[in-house]
Write a protein that binds this ligand. Structure first.
Ligand code: ZN
Length: 282
């Protein structure tokens, strides 16, 4: 099942059509995403028999973020060995966690104004939490994930490196720095929910430059492990997001470093989910 938002309301998405859940359920289910995720078992039970007569044609560019207003956005640094190595660190023995403040979250197709500094890309798989919970055992952790979606952890590296010790969260939270979507896909929709391929590339005029690629089985801390470890400390709330980390190939570890420039378009693709498209302006 694929779900997202259209005009801020929860929709199911299939083959270019969107079905408003509240309307199609005759008001039995809520239109607001977090309220629906809190009752996710009911939504899942209702969806297979839903009537699609009232569905409307939808383009990715019209969709909002699968969760427009998450209360907690967790993000994990150095969760792939090649990225830890290029950043000059040993693989961590516990997840290194920061936040992207929720005001940076956007839908899948956007224009992003580049702030002063060095803005970099980080393609990531993002887990969307369903009803949530506290101290979720790893054996039940996948059941707590309502869906997986594609994300970019856009990062301004000068702000990120400011101060001693450096901080992560502010440099990763400028407006538009957290695009997600185009839809979230329930884990049962994937042949192997622990092994999804993803890639990103940059369009500059007619030129296409490959940036990052990987598979989620290469994570140091897998999705279920992250859910268990995070929920051991913070109760997870409906609609919380977990940015699960980026593989190697970020711009600031290239020689010479390569950052996003006005006029460029960043494409990020996650197998079975779809793609993000961010165009950058000064
Ligand atoms: Zn990241």
């Amino acid at each position: 099942m694929r779900f997202g938002t259209l005009d801020g309301r929860l929709v199911l998405v299939s083959e270019g059509r969107a079905l408003d859940v509240a309307t199609a359920s005759g008001g039995a289910l809520p239109c607001e995403v977090r309220a629906a995720l809190a009752r996710w078992d009911e939504v899942r039970a209702w969806a297979p028999a839903a009537g699609w007569a009232g569905a409307v044609a939808v383009d990715d560019a019209e969709l909002g973020p699968p969760v427009p207003d998450p209360r907690q956005v967790f993000a994990v640094a150095l969760n792939y060995r090649p990225h830890a190595a290029e950043a000059g660190f040993a693989a961590p023995d516990a997840p290194l966690v920061f936040t992207k403040f929720p005001s940076c979250i956007t839908g899948p197709v956007t224009t992003v104004a580049l702030p002063p500094g060095n803005v970099d890309w980080e393609i990531e798989v993002v887990a969307v939490i369903g009803a949530g919970g506290y101290r979720i055992p790893r054996s039940e952790a996948w059941d707590a994930v309502a869906g997986l979606t594609c994300g970019q952890d856009l990062s301004e590296r000068l702000t990120q490196a400011q101060g001693r010790p450096a901080q992560f969260s502010l440099g990763k939270s400028f407006p538009g720095f957290g695009p997600i979507g185009p839809v979230a896909v329930t884990p049962d929709d994937f042949a192997d929910r622990d092994d999804l391929g993803f890639e990103s590339f940059l369009l500059t005029g007619a030129a296409r430059e490959a940036l990052q690629s990987g598979r989620t089985r290469e994570m140091i801390f897998s999705v279920d492990d992250l859910v268990a470890r995070l929920s051991a400390i913070c109760p997870l709330l409906p609609g919380d997001l977990i940015f699960t980390g980026t593989p190697g190939g970020v711009g600031n570890r290239r020689t010479p470093p390569r950052f996003l420039r006005p006029g460029e378009t960043l494409i990020s693709r996650l197998e079975g989910v779809g793609e993000l498209r961010q165009t950058f302006v000064a």
